[in-house]
Ligand binder design. Sequence first.
Ligand code: GLU
Length: 318
Amino acid sequence: MHNERWRTDNEHMRGRFAPSPTGQLHLGNLRTALVSWLHARSLGGEWLVRMEDLDRVTSSRANETDQLRSLAALGLHPDGQVVRQSERFELYYAAIARLRADGRVYDCYCTRREIREAVSAPHNERVGELPEAAYPGTCRTLTARRRAELVASGRRPAVRLAADGERFTVHDLVAGVYSGVSDDVVLQRNDGVPAYNLAVVVDDAAQGVTHVVRGDDLLSSTPRQRALQQLLGLATPTYAHIPMVVAPDGVRLAKRHGAVTLHDLAMRGVTPDRVLTRLATSLGLCGPNEPVELHELVERFQIGAVPTTPWSLSATDL
Ligand code: GLU
């Protein structure tokens, strides 16, 4: 099943998998990668991998190499160069500059603590409409004097979007209709690092991505990404948010739950082929003990048939 050539006769369809190289990929990440790959291949499209290594403290090249190896072990080979967000800061800064020129950003001097307090303040009337824990816009209305004090204090600002509370509705291929209000999301952290929501929007557009498949923990971020696409004049991809994989304790699967990476599983004698069967079974694409090849899965795959409930691993699975 390795190094197989795939038809890419639909140059307009381009999917992608965009992991953060902060550790090894676990079964949940691999399952999302598989769905993204199957979706692209079943439509004759291309499939890209982008390393979301904005945070250079938590990301590493070793993790990146390891993640690509895990994908390759399952037969998931990206088309074209793997790009790294850490090498594309200029693109993100240009997008922020454009938003600033349009008067759509503001500097935010709040500390984490101040943000926590502002978010939970009872007099915050906009909160009902905004996503959970949305920043209520304190620094949008600073007096010139207060702003001057903050600048003089040496605090470095983050850059936030000045959202206008517009509601966006997403027609998600798996999660269905989802609607949410865009908020004053951080575009650049106060250490100068561009933020995920900005970078992902810039990159998906720059790379010509037409279909985004990712974990449904990011569904609630989609309205703010739609807002940014609109403000930057970028096309909106089609979204498919895949339910998480949950461990026996009911929480989202993580490394601490046990044998959840290809390395852990290999130590127990579980081969990548076996993992592929397990992932495909969880997607309703094959029987629990059925050996499968990727090309067979491509034929069986339909994005609309991806289960909409989380995949619960049992204790014996781990
Ligand atoms: N880098 C994100 C993650 O690993 C995914 C971002 C995306 O797919 O939009 O959770």
